[in-house]
Design a binder for this molecule. Structure first.
Ligand SMILES: Nc1nc2c(c(=O)[nH]1)N[C@H]1C(S)=C(S)[C@@H](COP(=O)(O)O)O[C@H]1N2
Ligand SMILES: [Mo]
Length: 317
């Protein structure tokens, strides 16, 4: 994405940590060359990568006008990405993920369920697909509005019949070292893992997204199927899922493993909770210059706040 209005400091805050780890790992030289590379990339952004992907038929409008805000362009959504398996540089993910092989693809659903089952992607694409236009807020303090296509995670979970002992849902991304960079280069552990509490997973706003803008999911956005939880920071919305497991204890999550004092399990969007050393009070919508006020639960408080009633949001961040 060609955007010279963002300061380098706003581009990759998550890699501030990465920087730190690289310093420890490879010494000052590695850190300096990373900074040089990031500076170079800032002044010489690569041209946007064209996306070639099929269309999705029979999408019905779902929970319509959920934002009433103007969606970001397809080019913005597909050329400014976080997908560390391919690149830690948001403008390069599209190019690095261009040849990502997503067929055949299966998602194994297991754990505390009556009917464990492996779904192939063709079956998942046969779930009733709807459009969901959601705000999307990254913890790096940028946001977008994205017209996703997908179906409620609840619809999938109901097919496997969760046991009453299931309290959490754990998710795992594919890790294929032949197609993806090493955990060492990315600075975080792979496979990327995430999790939700059962009520969050069953919430009607929580979807498994199979596409956007009427097209099948572009590789860089998490093809062929990814989670979208619009009231939480973007890193909860795990991409390219291959495993879903219902558990009775809180599953480990990638950014919490990496920097536990910054990234909690809940990670609900909250302008007043700033565990990370930059403020969450404001955000920049990609394509805009002026900062916006961050909305509690990313503007979905009416729908989701009840799930956290009585919880200390500063403690359970
Ligand atoms: N497997 C995996 N999922 C991931 C990430 C990642 O690096 N790997 N990045 C997360 C972060 S930090 C964000 S902001 C969103 C970005 O989604 P987008 O590129 O579709 O906007 O994906 C999330 N899901
Ligand atoms: Mo993010």
């Amino acid at each position: 994405m060609v955007d010279k209005t963002i300061k380098p400091s706003e581009i990759t805050p998550e890699s501030v940590y990465l920087n730190r780890r690289n310093f420890i790992r490879a010494g000052l030289l590695a850190g300096t060359s990373l900074a040089t590379a990031l500076t170079y990339r800032f002044f010489n952004p690569p041209p946007p990568t064209e996306v070639v992907t099929g269309t999705i038929e029979n999408v019905r409008p779902g929970l319509d006008a959920i934002t009433g805000e103007m969606p970001n362009t397809f080019e913005e959504i597909t050329n400014y990405n976080n997908f560390y398996e391919f690149s830690t540089d948001k403008a390069s993910v599209a190019r690095e993920a261009r040849d990502f092989v997503t067929r055949p693809w299966t998602v194994e659903v297991s754990g505390l369920v009556n009917k464990p089952r492996t779904f192939d992607i063709e079956e998942l694409l046969r779930f009733d697909q709807e459009e969901r236009v959601y705000r999307f807020r990254c913890v790096e303090a940028w946001s977008m509005v994205i017209p996703w296509i997908g179906f409620p995670l609840k619809a999938l979970l109901e097919q496997v019949e969760p046991l009453s002992t299931a309290k959490y849902v754990a998710f795992e991304t594919l890790y294929d070292p032949r197609q993806m960079q090493s955990s060492f280069s990315a600075g975080i552990d792979f496979p990327y893992v995430e999790g939700l509490r059962m009520d969050e997973a069953m919430h009607p706003l929580t979807i498994l997204a199979t596409g956007l803008y009427g097209k099948q999911m572009p590789n860089q956005n998490g093809a062929p199927i990814r989670l979208v939880v619009p009231w939480k920071y973007g890193f909860k919305s795990i991409k390219s899922i291959v495993k879903i497991k219902l558990t009775d204890s809180e599953p480990p999550t990638t950014w919490n493993i990496a920097v536990p004092e910054w990234y909690g399990f809940y990670s609900n969007v909250n302008p007043d909770v700033n565990p990370v050393r930059w403020s969450q009070a404001t955000e920049r919508r990609i394509g805009e210059i002026k900062m916006r006020e961050t909305l509690l639960f990313n503007g979905y408080a009416d729908e989701v706040a009840h799930m956290y009633a009585g919880m200390d949001l500063k403690k359970y961040f």
